[in-house]
Design a protein around this ligand. Sequence first.
Ligand SMILES: Nc1ncnc2c1ncn2[C@@H]1O[C@H](COP(=O)(O)OP(=O)(O)OP(=O)(O)O)[C@@H](O)[C@H]1O
Ligand SMILES: O=C(CO)[C@H](O)[C@H](O)COP(=O)(O)O
Length: 292
Amino acid sequence: MSVKHPIISVTGSSGAGTSTVKHTFDQIFRRENITAVSIEGDAFHRYDRATMKAEIARRAAEGDQTFSHFNIEANELEELERVFRDYGLTGRGRSRHYVHSAEEAERFGVPVGTFTEWAPFEDKSDLLFYEGLHGSVATDTINVAQYADLKIGVVPVINLEWIQKIHRDRAARGYSTEAVTDTILRRMHAYVHVICPQFTETDINFQRVPTVDTSNPLVARWIPTPDESMVVIRFKNPRGIDFAYLRSMIDGSFMSRANSIVIPGGKLDLAMQLILTPMILKLVERKRRALA
Ligand SMILES: Nc1ncnc2c1ncn2[C@@H]1O[C@H](COP(=O)(O)OP(=O)(O)OP(=O)(O)O)[C@@H](O)[C@H]1O
Ligand SMILES: O=C(CO)[C@H](O)[C@H](O)COP(=O)(O)O
């Protein structure tokens, strides 16, 4: 935690919608004149695509069928922890990009499945924004969560998450349904042991729930739309959250528990703005006061 150099982390499994949520954060940063340094979890993968493939094959030959990008060891989480810690202390740090597609390869000038060089953050940012798989990891040896001042979980129910991943990986990354299904299966062990526990560390979870039948996610022809879903928003510490205000501003919302509000899927962007803007402003005002 850092008053002078706050960190926001958005954590979600692959296909959960963290990139989509980042868009809402970017709108808030722009509107409120906040300079954020944004980093992606994929930058901290330990291996490029070819090396990862070889590593998966090597481990499979030794009997481990579960090695995947979800695993702690498949990522440089000690580096991510260091970046969070150093940013909190100094406002400085570094990151890079993992290039997923031909379009990104063109933009970054390195081949698909490789990384760009590490590069330092721009000076004088108001906060650090992380979006990826491991933004709230807290184990005996790695503790990224301790350095984040606001931790958000993005967690569609699992059938929907699979549908979103399958559609995105087919459309944007050129994978077949079978290849994505194999990846989902291989990742399941670490999904349970590494991804899920993070959502007890997060301050707020946004869980999208479809209101259409997704019983066989592997054959779904399209991603359920916002209007075909509800979102459960759960606050770890509901003290200070003005639920009456949120209920009055968000048509069709209701409380399902003392710390949870449910909203129509189409209101997600509005709800995020209403909930997150005051929290982000508080972090930035505290920082500006401390530096004054
Ligand atoms: N709230 C939403 N409503 C409708 N579709 C959504 C929503 N959130 C995400 N999606 C869709 O799900 C797919 C995956 O979303 P996104 O790319 O944001 O996932 P991600 O968590 O960033 O994945 P990765 O970390 O693997 O890049 C996209 O096709 C996106 O349009
Ligand atoms: O979404 C992911 C992790 O969040 C990707 O699966 C991971 O980054 C590997 O990417 P690729 O399959 O393009 O090599």
